[in-house]
Design a protein around this ligand. Sequence first.
Ligand SMILES: [Zn+2]
Ligand SMILES: [Zn+2]
Length: 175
Amino acid sequence: MKCFNHPEREAVATCQKCGKGLCRECAEKHSPCLCDTCAAQIQRDRQQQAKTKEEQRQQKYKDALVDTWGEFIKTAVIGIIVAIIFLCVPSLRADGLDGFGDYVVYFFLVFCIPFGWKFFTYLQSFIPIFLIGTWWFWLIYIGVKACLSILVGIPCFFYQLVKTILTQRKISKLK
Ligand SMILES: [Zn+2]
Ligand SMILES: [Zn+2]
């Protein structure tokens, strides 16, 4: 058998994928032993797979802001549980709470934290892939996420409430 690229040369190997003959020079080009066409094809397949994976990852985080009542109620239930824990555990309760009004405001503030948390989960879809997978990144991320979730909780709650109502309206109109 002759080399596919160099008809004057004797083949010393064959492409592992398509079986074309390859001379020594051509056989050493790719590892494992592949012809140029098959090597390029495999490279393309790999890139495609990586892209699909990345898209799936992004979708997973974007789904955090899905606007169904089911999802909204789930978040609200988590918020109520967290708020009750914060009110019942003395070390978590804020100092200087005075009177019913203070407790209601505090309850609402803590109640909104899971809504803020969801917003940052959504933002996770935009984090460049090279940062992901490093343990220090996740450690800092979770800490920062928890603190910021408290700050943005209330606007996020209203945003998700309005968004859910609008989406559900649109859906019921389509029906
Ligand atoms: Zn080949
Ligand atoms: Zn060759």
